[in-house]
Design a protein around this ligand. Structure first.
Ligand SMILES: Nc1nc2c(c(=O)[nH]1)N[C@H]1C(S)=C(S)[C@@H](COP(=O)(O)O)O[C@H]1N2
Ligand SMILES: [Mo]
Length: 448
């Protein structure tokens, strides 16, 4: 449990950049509009507007298109299937200005265009510290050793063939970069859900529990309390994982993703899956596991991936991604074309287990309704929620709030900043607000 479990009063006087409770009431009552233009408009035109059309007299239903009157393409015209050309705008995108070198950057997942909980493998977000490679599986190895011979009796080197002979597990889990939503700590920074929340994906991963491998190598759990995972790329990516997460069987070395081998960008042929933990610990192109008796404090856990607290201290090893949710449609950059019914849809997730409930507000957090969860709800996986909404053409502020099985409630920006301040990068799980104005335009705003 973190400090955030103790949740103080919901609202407090708003600094200039945010909406106060009074302002929200005014907006909700249609008396005022607080359209917040985002600093970056690059993504604003990307999202498709929502449209509805009456069938009556529609030429599209009266005319026979060429696909009804000509011969179609043969089977296996594309031996590996691709999305329709009409979906060519649904792409991973790099946020302009984020990193000067593409090999040390992020491509964001287009959450606004996805359904259900599984991220198509070609749209899974990417985060590389030193670029990605096409690693030859025949030359790839996984070594398991101890920092002291007493911790692990039989150090071993596994080939991919060795690993794929062992009994596997297949589990659906989300992966979220600890820096997801990190640009929004102090103020609204990016326009669309792709950029606010797109360092998030969810897949079915297949592989071998790390526990199986460590026991095969004769680990001594009494002495070896930590694991160090190391990648084969040039970034020297190394992360410490507490042994409890391995002993309970949740951590596994994965070669499969959504029914096929991992994609090169996501760690082919082998990556670590650390359910509920921030993405950086899911070491890609995994080549070595060392067991030891203390945390390693490597560069990626001593200098990076630490939380700057308001008192100037740094918090280390806050690796679990707390409960969070976001409405993906309608969302920032989209436009509601006319009044009437809309299905409001989004995803919720928690690094501590299953999602228990998701509430949705249409008036900036004054009134809440419980959304419909599309089950079955999986452990440490994205959970889809839906709720019907009739837009009356007036300004509205859409929000979602996740509650996980531990009872933890996703905080407001006011609550989160009270504990964490505004100078952090990592672990921003605040409630996201999308503001709808009379024109139907939707923008990213922050509500305390
Ligand atoms: N070897 C290696 N592993 C890595 C990284 C990396 O750069 N090199 N990036 C990490 C970070 S910060 C994240 S968020 C996830 C991203 O995984 P993805 O690219 O499959 O989305 O991989 C992690 N594992
Ligand atoms: Mo990350």
């Amino acid at each position: 449990m973190s400090d955030l479990d103790k949740q103080p009063g919901r609202l407090r006087p708003a600094p200039e950049n945010f909406l106060s409770e009074e302002q929200i009431r005014e907006v909700a009552a249609g008396r005022r509009s607080f359209l917040r233009r985002s600093l970056m408009v690059a993504g604003a035109a990307l999202a498709a507007p929502l449209a509805a059309r009456a069938a009556e007299g529609d030429p599209a239903i009266l005319e026979l298109p060429e696909w009804s009157t000509t011969l179609g393409q043969p089977v296996a015209a594309r031996p590996y299937g691709m999305p329709s050309k009409f979906e060519s705008q649904l792409l991973r995108r790099e946020s302009p200005g984020l990193a000067r070198v593409g090999g040390a950057s992020v491509s964001f997942c287009p959450l606004q265009g996805l359904f259900g909980i599984i991220t198509p493998s070609g749209l899974h977000f990417e985060r590389h510290h030193q670029g990605w490679h096409e690693v030859d599986p025949a030359r790839h190895r996984l070594m398991i050793n101890g920092s002291d011979p007493a911790f692990l009796k039989k150090p071993k080197v596994y080939t991919m063939d060795d690993l794929m002979r062992l009994p596997p597990v297949s589990r659906i889990h989300f992966i979220e970069c600890g820096a997801n939503t990190g640009l929004e700590w102090g103020n609204v920074a990016v326009p669309t859900v792709q950029y606010t929340h797109g360092m998030l994906s969810c897949s079915e991963f297949t592989g071998v529990p790390l526990k199986t491998l460590l026991e095969d190598c004769g680990v001594d759990y009494k002495k070896a309390r930590y694991v160090l995972a190391e990648g084969a790329d040039g970034s020297s990516m190394t992360r410490t994982i507490p042994m409890e997460m391995v002993e309970n069987g949740e951590v596994f070395v994965a070669y499969g993703m959504n029914g096929e081998m991992l994609r090169p960008e996501n760690g082919y042929p082998l990556r670590l899956v650390v359910p509920g933990v921030q993405g950086v610990s899911w070491v890609k192109w995994l080549r070595r596991i060392e067991v030891g008796d203390k945390p390693y404090a490597t560069k990626d856990e001593a200098v990076h991936y630490i939380d700057l607290m308001p008192d100037g201290t740094h918090r280390q090893y806050t690796s679990i991604q707390e409960a969070k949710s976001v409405i993906t449609s309608p969302s920032g950059g989209q436009t509601l074309l006319n009044q009437g019914f809309y299905n409001v849809s989004g995803v919720a997730w928690s690094g501590r287990g299953k999602i228990k409930q998701v509430d949705v507000s249409f008036d900036g957090g004054i009134n809440w309704q419980t959304a419909r969860i599309e089950g079955p709800v999986q452990n440490k996986a994205l959970t889809r929620f839906n709720i019907g909404w009739k837009w009356d053409g007036k300004p509205a502020i859409l929000q979602s709030r996740a509650i996980d099985e531990t009872g933890y409630v996703q905080p407001t920006y006011g609550q989160l900043r009270k504990v964490r301040g505004t100078k952090s990068i990592y672990h921003n799980n605040a409630i996201q607000s999308w503001k709808v104005v009379e024109s139907g335009e939707i923008t990213n705003v922050q509500v305390l």
